[in-house]
Ligand binder design. Structure first.
Ligand code: CP3
Length: 363
């Protein structure tokens, strides 16, 4: 399959591109009126995510509006614990919840890696359908939560402010938490492999809550499992340095909120790219990772509340910051936000952002 636009995959391989590629975390979501209309028709977020035709429709919505360089599967990280039997549901205005959280060694010992082509078939069917409908326009990103971030929701039973329950488990029964992280890691590897087999052309792990850990705890409970994923996830043959369009290798992006203290360690994990938030300058991130990985990020999403002129300035600053830390070259950068978009953001401001990324980074 020849891609019509392979900027994103080339940037992940740190190859030269004509413009810096851009996509946005949560680019398909409630800020789009067409998303809200589809959600109304489908009934709920879960009904949309579990229906491959609707998941495909939603995935393509932002691409119809904006000149984005990648599509991301419309789904959620919590599909995996749901398939492990925890019972995912959403309460309006409160976010995700689990009917059966796992809080002790006994409950954790009963968890098993779900079967990807039965229990998570709807996700794989969505990937296959999206690939067909994209017809090579842009690459499709598959994704998963990180073992630690999934564990946060599985132990807390939903979102949390201070992660009191899982941190108490870390202190009082670290062996049980390691058992949970270990089964999650096996599940993440199987889940990403299945998405790759179904057609995902790049894979992203979201370690959204890694930054909630102290350095010692991050290095015990998150980093080793991210590294195991990067080492063990089979993603095909490394393409030649100036790889052809049909390169079989599927790059892995490890995104982490608050991962700035660990960039050197993450760059050595085996991942092809790191996603970073706005608490670190891209120039610094590029210097510290020394071309070992591509970098993705990192505009503060709230910059989208600024005026179009202010957004353009912020976009240029982020692009130039990356180049300043990368020996003057824009290669190896994928433009993104440092975290997901919010429902009250203005789609016209997104158009401004995407346009400015391409205009300012044209080689
Ligand atoms: O980026 C994309 O456009 C792809 C789709 C995507 C969703 N969730 C859709 C979604 C992705 C990649 C995710 C990942 C995800 N889900 C993460 C990691 C990334 C991050 O944002 O930190 C996490 C922690 C979750 C868990 C989750 N799912 C939460 C906290 C929520 C509630 C959000 C809210 O504001 O109510 C969800 C639901 C969810 N996942 C929505 C979307 C578009 C909102 C659903 C709706 O009400 O329509």
């Amino acid at each position: 399959m020849t891609l019509k636009n392979d900027r994103f995959l080339r940037a992940l391989r740190r190859e030269p591109v004509d413009r810096t590629p851009v996509w946005l975390m949560r680019q398909a979501g409630r800020y789009l009126p067409e998303y809200r209309a589809t959600r109304q028709r489908a009934g709920s977020f879960l009904a949309m995510a579990q229906n491959p035709e609707i998941a495909c429709e939603i995935t393509l919505q932002p691409l119809a509006r904006f000149d984005l360089d990648a599509a991301i599967l419309f789904s959620d990280i919590l599909t995996v614990p749901d398939a492990m039997g925890l019972g995912l549901y959403f309460v309006e205005g409160e976010g995700p919840k689990f009917r059966s959280p796992v809080r002790d060694a006994a409950a954790i010992s009963r968890l098993a890696v779900p079967d990807m082509e039965t229990e998570l078939r709807y996700v794989m069917d969505a990937v296959r359908l999206i690939r067909r409908e994209l017809d090579g326009r842009v690459p499709l990103i598959g994704f998963s939560g990180s073992p630690w971030t999934l564990a946060c929701y599985m132990v807390e039973g939903g979102g949390s402010e201070n992660f009191a329950t899982i941190k108490a488990l870390a202190l009082n029964d670290p062996a049980a938490l390691h058992a949970l992280l270990s089964v999650n890691t096996d599940a993440v590897i199987a889940y990403l492999s299945a998405q790759r087999a179904a057609g995902a052309q790049a894979l992203q792990v979201f370690d959204t809550w890694g930054g909630a850990l102290s350095p010692a705890m991050y290095r015990e409970f998150s980093l080793p499992y991210l590294t195991r994923i990067a080492r063990e996830l089979e993603r095909g043959i490394e393409p030649p340095r100036q790889g052809g369009e049909d390169a079989e290798h599927t790059p892995l992006i490890v995104f982490g909120k608050g991962n700035a203290p660990y960039l050197e360690e993450l760059a050595a994990s085996g991942a092809e790219a790191l996603g970073v938030d706005w608490l670190v300058e891209l120039s610094e991130a590029a210097r510290r990772t020394q071309g070992k990985v591509a970098l993705q990020g990192n505009l503060d999403p709230t910059m989208l509340y600024g005026s179009p002129d202010a957004i353009r300035t912020q976009v240029r600053n982020a692009l130039d910051s990356y180049a300043a830390g990368n020996g003057g070259s824009r290669d190896g950068h994928v433009f993104n936000l440092g975290h997901g978009m919010s429902p009250d953001m203005n789609p016209e401001h997104v158009a401004v952002l995407v346009e400015e990324v391409h205009a300012h980074s044209a080689r």
